[in-house]
Design a protein around this ligand. Structure first.
Ligand SMILES: [Zn+2]
Length: 282
């Protein structure tokens, strides 16, 4: 199953329940598939949950040690396994987003759609800045994780912006808005956070609040000119940094000529986990 199909089926499922207020209640979703939830306080740390199906009845087990938001995500992820009829591939509980098995990615997309339904999330995002405050506000409002909220923000933003996830100071993944992708602007992954970034500073000490302005080439590969607005939230416990980058449409950086061609292939090869339409497979 591809990401697009998972997203479409999630939207259909959400429409069949038609949540009207936030935070979205999970009971109607569970009722739709005839599932019940059990909280298990003895699950190992890092094991989010699983589903047992006996004679067609689904029992979703979640980890009692996880936060309420995490449990909500897990429940919706497990509903994804049931609705999409995808086997779980939970062997590796370590946080390695870029290596998540395809079934798990599909269920994550499904879960994000249930918790942050497009019909409710898009209006909530209107006229908001793409910054950390907005991400924290919306996460609170929808009782969803910062991670899911940040990735949905750039998915539905009409602005050129990106949501960057870093672990241990190293950039793991960048979600880009469609206008940023159209501009072929690229945040490299697998490298350390830019020295002069707010994200790098937050790891060293609790510094002043963002957003801050930086030359676009601090964050974007092979560009000239332009300014990027950066804001970030640092989770010291997980050593994880969530960064929001937005560009001024009036002052966009230019692609440096010599490297445009070489980067195009990478650009298309990047796997998006944000529920955006994937590039057509060749
Ligand atoms: Zn799963």
């Amino acid at each position: 199953m591809d990401d697009f199909t998972a997203e479409q089926r999630a939207r259909k499922f959400v429409q069949s329940v038609a949540p009207a207020s936030v935070p979205v209640l999970l009971e109607p979703y569970l009722a739709q598939i005839g599932a019940k939830v059990t909280v298990d306080d003895d699950l190992a740390e890092g094991e989010a949950g699983y589903t047992m199906t006996v004679k067609g009845r689904h029992s979703i087990v979640v980890n009692g040690k996880d936060s309420e938001r995490r449990q909500r995500f897990t429940i919706c992820h497990e509903i994804g396994h049931v609705v999409l009829e995808l086997e779980s591939e939970h062997e590796d509980p370590s946080w390695s987003y870029e290596r998540r098995p395809p079934n798990e990615v599909c269920c994550d997309i499904f879960a994000a759609e249930l918790l942050l339904p497009v019909s409710l999330f898009k209006p909530a995002l209107l006229k908001r800045e793409i910054d950390a405050r907005c991400m924290a506000d919306l996460a609170e409002k929808f009782n969803a994780s910062l991670f899911a909220t940040g990735s949905r923000m750039v998915t539905f933003s009409s602005e050129p912006c990106a949501f960057v996830v870093s672990q241990g100071g190293k950039i793991k993944y960048a979600f880009r808005s469609s206008s940023l992708r159209d501009a072929k602007l690229w945040v490299p992954s697998g490298i350390m956070l830019p020295d002069r970034s707010l994200s790098a500073a937050l790891r060293k000490e609790a510094t002043g609040a963002g957003p801050i302005e930086l030359d676009a080439d601090e964050w974007f590969d092979d560009v000239e000119g332009g300014v990027v607005l950066e804001d970030a939230i640092y989770d010291a416990f997980r050593d994880q940094t969530l960064t929001l980058l937005s560009l001024d449409i009036e002052d966009m950086p230019e692609k440096a000529e010599s490297t445009t061609y070489a980067r195009q292939e990478d650009d298309e090869g990047q796997k998006e986990l944000d529920g955006n339409l994937p590039w057509p497979k060749r």
